[in-house]
Design a protein around this ligand. Structure first.
Ligand code: 13P
Ligand code: ZN
Length: 268
């Protein structure tokens, strides 16, 4: 198995093992490097099925992506990669794509393709071309937490930063949150991509979370840290919270680990 494909499959299996991917819940895309395209070129068709996109992503024209299929189960990806994931190439004008490998038997890329591509376009720009992964999961704790707060990034971020000491270091910029919107729509993609330039993770209220990273490990680790903090918060809240990490400790942490803490979310 080609290295890039097996690493992609590993994330699908790891996310499933943690219970984040019931049924077809969640999806993953990876913007391939030239060396990844070279490594997998022999698998790709000369001509594949072509589809128009409901949006235009000129910032990604000609790019290749590994992407999960719509309606496909993460638990099945390792068993039959060609049926559940695929490689697509974006058209030169960014208005459509061709399936060059996988997604067999008429399968299509995830219905969240608008959010994936719009997020890639923004992250490619703000990261200076290093961000390659966009990951969507349905972890129970962060989703449950979204029922307990207003959809406000400061409120959410402060809860998470205070719930686990590592959090301020792992996501010093904070975590964004979108109020409920229609999944799979271009609109939710546009709104998510507005936030993902500032925050590397965005919670979709009552639904799940999107995260990104330069590598599959980074994107997975980010979501894992957020989900764990949400779990700790909900457990502590049900047991009764009597004290928490102080703002001055968050500031010291950031300075000790040399990260740029978003001070808009610090109160005193
Ligand atoms: P897909 O099966 O189309 O990837 O959709 C799953 C999902 O999580 C929608 O938000
Ligand atoms: Zn979803």
């Amino acid at each position: 198995m080609e290295k890039v494909i097996s690493e992609f499959i590993k994330l699908c299996s790891d996310g499933y093992a943690l219970g984040w991917h019931e049924r077809n819940g969640g999806n993953l895309s990876y913007r391939m490097k030239d060396e990844d395209v070279k490594e997998t070129r022999h698998l790709m068709k000369k001509e594949g099925r072509h589809y128009d996109l409901p949006l235009s992503c000129s910032g990604l024209s000609g790019e290749y992506f590994l992407i999960t299929g719509s309606g496909k189960y993460m638990r099945n990806v390792s068993l039959a990669p060609e049926e559940n994931i695929g490689i697509i190439r974006l058209d030169d004008d960014g208005k459509g794509y061709t399936i060059l490998w996988g997604l067999e038997n008429g399968a299509k890329p995830t219905s969240e393709i608008p959010t994936h591509l719009l997020n890639h376009e923004v992250r490619k720009k703000v990261s200076g071309d290093t961000n390659r992964v966009i990951y969507h999961a349905h972890p129970a704790n962060i989703t449950a937490l979204s029922y307990t707060i207003e959809p406000d990034a400061k409120t959410l971020t402060r809860i998470l930063w205070q719930s686990e000491t590592e959090c301020a270091v792992v996501f010093p910029e904070g975590v964004g949150i979108l109020d409920w919107m229609m999944p799979g729509s271009v609109e939710i993609g546009v709104e998510t991509s507005r936030l993902i330039g500032k925050y590397r993770a965005v919670v979709w209220a009552f639904h799940g979370i999107f995260g990104c990273g330069d590598t599959l490990d980074e994107a997975f680790g980010l979501i894992h840290t957020i989900e764990k903090a949400a779990e700790i918060y909900l457990k502590a809240k049900s047991a009764g919270i009597i004290r928490s990490i102080k703002d001055e400790d968050l500031v010291s942490l950031a300075s000790y680990f040399s990260v740029n803490l978003n001070t808009e979310f610090i109160e005193n």
